[in-house]
Design a protein around this ligand. Sequence first.
Ligand code: GAR
Length: 221
Amino acid sequence: MKKRVNIGVLVSGSGSNLQAIIDNAEKGLLDADIRVVISNNPDAYALERAKKHNIPAVVIEHSDFSEREVFDRKMIEVLRSHSVELVVMAGFMRVLSSMFLKTFPMKVINIHPAILPSFPGLHGQERAFEYGVKFSGCSVHFADEGVDTGPIIIQAVVPVYDSDTDETLSARILKEEHRIYSQAIQFYAEGKLEVVGRKVRIKNYKQIDESCLHNPPLTKF
Ligand code: GAR
């Protein structure tokens, strides 16, 4: 029988990544059950999305806690009470303590809107755009104690056009976030992820071919 993974999703904002995960799970594409959504922000639209799909939505406001570990302990309590195995950070704008990460070793994943290790931290899309890169994209990685530094599971690359604004680029990246996050969770559910040092190996995956992308395209060479 196929294994299903119980996930808990941590959010802070709009929750479009959460929505994509919900939709893919409802379509039967994802072997995951979303057991609970936790937001540190009571106004996060992600909470409405969870409620619309009858997923328990819990607010734990970080400002109610004097210490990060106490806040994290509260989240752990809620995640455990919903039998969560894999913690999915989807636009969750808090750094987790090492105590939290030790509680869920290699069982916390995060999505970041840039090709890591470039442009970690806040506003990855805007900073890549301002820098003038010709490609950007997004990364799903295991969380570690740094900011967006853990072992990378999957990345998607998108082109940056001269006509772009940071909004159009962010939208192009977000569309790919919605695809790769579900793929990473599905790899996990299928038991395909093996972490060796900094590297994540994916068992039996189809290797992409060696063709190279150029932006702008080469005209002669
Ligand atoms: C996403 O673009 C996600 O990659 C980013 O926040 C956005 C949340 O959107 N996360 C980070 O920047 C974390 N470093 P969403 O709430 O619509 O899913």
